[in-house]
Design a protein around this ligand. Structure first.
Ligand code: NAD
Length: 272
């Protein structure tokens, strides 16, 4: 059990797609800041349980449970929320992290791969935000733990603003997420719900292992990063934990780029 006055003490977070990668690091960092955490997975039960075990055996962290569910299915998202509320009492923080890529040149992209990426990366974010807002409004303000009624963090990407040839479904899903996040901010800010996005650049996880796991791929990646370091999941976890806390209370309706400067068009560094 964490100490009273850790930034997220007494709060509960759901992190979708958190058996590995960025989601796992976010879940661990939120727990370290005092939150109880639901780790959601779609198919990797063992990895999710291992991540929960790491949290539950850390005497400085909150408690973790594991709930299966596909974020693209409304019934599954409702189950993730119901089980969390029945175990921890409510939800204060929703980190809609789950995401995927199915890459093809546009003229060869099967409709089902277009639809699947949009379903997980955009519809899944909508379903999580909807369930979170319903719970925040049902539960009402808890001024003893936070100045906000609730916090939604969407895991976006630099590709919400940088076009990405060969990945149009992914870029379209993240571009759509920018407008979803800003519209939620406009609609629910007056009720003290904060909604923001984090946009990672290149972070070493399974999603891009084919690139960073070989020397040539690493070099290509580094050319896109002014700071000359590939990100690690903990870079994102730290920002998510701070963004969820009252230290970031006045941040609403924005995207925080955590990308070593990737969004600054490094291709133009030497005159273009
Ligand atoms: P990852 O593949 O390790 O993690 C994605 C997780 O989402 C996996 O655990 C996967 O099982 C889960 N998931 C996929 N579909 C799901 C579904 N329908 N329901 C529930 N869970 C599902 O990759 P990651 O890099 O950790 O990605 C996390 C998020 O960060 C994604 O939204 C991704 O788009 C975003 N992101 C990652 C990078 C990067 O460089 N790694 C860059 C920008 C954005």
């Amino acid at each position: 059990m964490t100490h009273y006055k850790t930034p997220l003490y007494g709060q509960t977070a759901i992190v979708t797609g958190s058996s590995a990668g960025i989601g796992k690091a976010v879940a661990k960092t939120l727990a370290k800041a005092g939150a109880n955490v639901t780790l959601n997975y779609r198919s990797s039960q063992e990895a999710a349980e291992e991540a929960a075990h790491e949290i539950n055996t850390d005497s400085d962290a909150g408690t973790a449970i594991v709930v299966q569910g596909d974020v693209g299915q409304e019934n599954d998202v409702n189950t993730i929320f119901k089980q969390t509320i029945s175990h921890f009492g409510t939800v204060d923080i929703c980190v809609a992290n789950a995401g995927m890529q199915l890459d093809h040149p546009l003229h060869k992209m099967p409709l089902e791969d277009w639809e699947q990426v949009l379903r997980v990366n955009l519809t899944g974010q909508f379903l999580c935000a909807k369930a979170a807002i319903l719970e925040f409004k049902r539960r009402g303000m808890r001024e003893d733990v936070s100045k906000s009624l609730g916090k939604i963090i969407h895991m976006s990407s630099v590709h919400e603003i940088i076009p990405w040839a060969g990945h149009a479904n992914y870029a379209a899903s993240k571009g759509g997420l920018l407008m979803l996040m800003e519209s939620i901010c406009q609609e629910y800010g007056p009720e003290k719900i904060r909604c923001n996005s984090i946009a990672p650049g290149a972070v070493k996880t399974e999603i891009n292992k084919d690139v960073w796991s070989n020397e040539e791929g690493r070099e290509q990646m580094l050319k896109l990063i002014p700071y000359k370091r590939i990100g690690i999941p903990e870079d994102i976890g730290q920002v998510a934990s701070w963004l969820a806390s009252d230290q970031a209370e006045y941040i609403n309706g924005t995207t925080i780029y955590v990308d070593g400067g990737m969004n600054c068009y490094p291709g133009f560094a030497n005159g273009g």
